[in-house]
Ligand binder design. Structure first.
Ligand code: CAA
Length: 465
């Protein structure tokens, strides 16, 4: 029996920063943000919101949408890199919030954990929960995996224009309506790295931006190599002479710290996959450029970055390649729809690839394409670092889900915030009761720490109806 994603729901805070205001405040060309990064609006958490209440809001939406009772759910996992406590798991906060609505102890049977591995942990959580169902441990219950994050960088840093906030809740079950995971193909790569990390007590990450971009590409490519072997062995894909695995994957959905990263990842993967095929000769002839070769044939990340001549030539080649019809055709057909949401929401860390899936389904369906039986390949990346490549196939029931999707409606009426007010939120100087927007039908944070010392660190939430 296939296992996969039956349905999903999103929660995105209604406050946002407009890229033109941001560019003006930081003295950046707005075209760099719009085209170089690919951002127009960055979602921003209000003073009374945190990753736990966003996760609970997304979870309740998926439950309500599907008329699910607590008894229908056997597990709730939360994957995040915005942990609120060094010990207490975020799913326990989520359970507490949901039980305010569904009744005391109504979800006491729904075990789970908080998962951490930067942006890739949601994919591990999905894989583990799919296997929990495949093993028959679930009885007749489903699992919910929630990915929720606030991407927050230092003011004035290059990461500041790749911020965002939001959550996606994924309902995992047997015979899913939306997407069935391909079995025995999920492939992972792991390495001890410091491309992007957040030491204890620090609210914003320490980032080596250029290094992290290249590491993302290399690690996803390695995971794709491992995936390719498994997908061929399992018989999902049969490669004929001159073909690439990318010819057999209908949609490509990757981790999206920002929209442009998706475009660049596709270029990198296509170059790698096509380099030894007859079509590559046509491409380089068309470009009138040979693909640059690094001085050090081992091609380690350190040697590549130190080889400035190669890096410059390679950037030039990549940019020219991205202008060709060879690239554009694949991009338009297999990736473009998954990037729409990223441009108007921003980075969601763990949730960004799953918001990409949400975007792919809504916008491809909206363009009139039939997704049934189409295979989507996922390229998940988490700094630190690990990559996971896996795939799934859209099921017949997807139309029921896709036809009801409406990103604008689901986000709700959005409010643009001034840079001055954004900076107040960024510095955490606003109190919970000083939120810019009044909450309606959602969970909000009302206090941290009680009046007495024995309640230090307690986080309290309520459902604002
Ligand atoms: N008009 C149009 N485009 C312009 C422009 C202009 N006036 N000026 C610059 N650009 C383009 C550049 O040409 C460049 O395009 P290409 O990528 O095609 O070369 C693009 O804008 C970005 O400009 P820079 O190369 O100058 O890069 P930057 O200094 O702005 O930094 C960044 C970009 C490294 C992504 C930075 O935002 C950052 O450090 N972000 C956080 C780290 C990150 O997101 N890493 C991604 C991989 S790690 C990961 O994925 C985990 C995670 O979620 C964080």
């Amino acid at each position: 029996m296939p296992v996969g994603i039956d349905d999903l729901a999103i929660y995105v805070p209604k406050l946002y920063i407009d890229y033109k205001d941001f560019a003006e405040a930081r003295g950046i060309d707005p075209q760099k943000l719009e085209y170089g990064i690919g951002i127009k609006k960055m979602a921003l958490a209000d003073a009374n919101q945190d990753p736990a209440c966003m996760a609970a809001n997304a979870c309740m939406r998926v439950m309500k949408k599907n008329d699910l009772n607590p008894q229908d759910i056997g597990r709730i996992y939360v994957a995040t890199e915005s942990a609120l406590d060094e010990s207490k798991a975020m799913n326990s906060f989520v359970i507490g919030m949901l039980e305010q609505v569904y009744g005391e102890d109504s979800l006491e049977h729904a075990g789970g954990i908080e998962c951490k591995f930067a942006c890739v942990s949601g994919s591990y959580a999905l894989y583990d929960n799919a296997n929990w169902i495949r093993a028959g441990e679930n009885g007749d219950k489903s699992a919910i995996v929630i990915v929720s994050d606030i991407a927050k960088y230092d003011i004035g840093s290059a990461g500041e224009y790749t911020q965002g906030a939001g959550a996606v809740a994924l309902l995992i079950k047997n015979n899913p309506r939306l997407l069935a995971f391909d079995e025995k193909v999920a492939s992972t790569i792991i390495k001890n790295e410091y491309d992007f990390y957040r030491p204890f007590g620090k609210e914003t990450p320490l980032v080596n931006g250029v290094y992290s971009n290249l590491l993302y590409l290399i690690q996803v490519r390695k995971a794709l190599e491992a995936y390719k072997e498994k997908a061929i062995k399992q018989g999902y894909i049969k490669l004929k002479e001159g073909e690439s695995i990318t010819d057999h994957i209908d949609y490509i959905n990757v981790h999206l710290p920002y929209r442009k990263m998706g475009e660049k990842a596709l270029a990198y993967l296509l170059r790698h996959e096509w380099r030894h095929l007859p079509r590559w000769k046509d491409i380089t002839t068309h470009l009138k450029l040979d693909e640059p070769i690094p001085k050090d044939p081992r091609g380690t990340i350190e040697s590549l970055l130190a080889d400035t001549e190669f890096m410059k030539a390679d950037e030039k080649f990549r940019k020219e390649f991205m202008k060709t019809t060879y690239y554009r055709e694949v991009f338009d057909k297999k990736m473009s729809s998954s990037l729409e949401a990223s441009a108007i929401i921003g980075n969601l860390y763990t949730a960004s690839m799953y918001m990409g899936l949400r975007s792919l389904v809504e916008f491809e369906f909206g363009k009139g394409f039939d997704l049934y039986n189409k295979r989507v390949g996922f390229g998940s990346y988490g700094s630190g670092c690990s990559a996971m490549v896996f795939s799934g196939v859209f099921q017949e029931g997807y139309k029921e889900i896709a036809s009801k999707m409406n990103l604008d409606k689901e986000i709700g009426t959005r409010t643009k915030i001034s840079i001055n007010n954004y900076e107040k939120l960024h510095s955490n100087t606003k109190k919970f009761d000083e939120a810019f927007l009044s909450a309606e039908n959602e969970f909000i944070l009302v206090s941290i720490g009680g009046i007495t010392a024995d309640r230090a660190g307690f986080r309290e939430y309520c459902y604002a109806s």
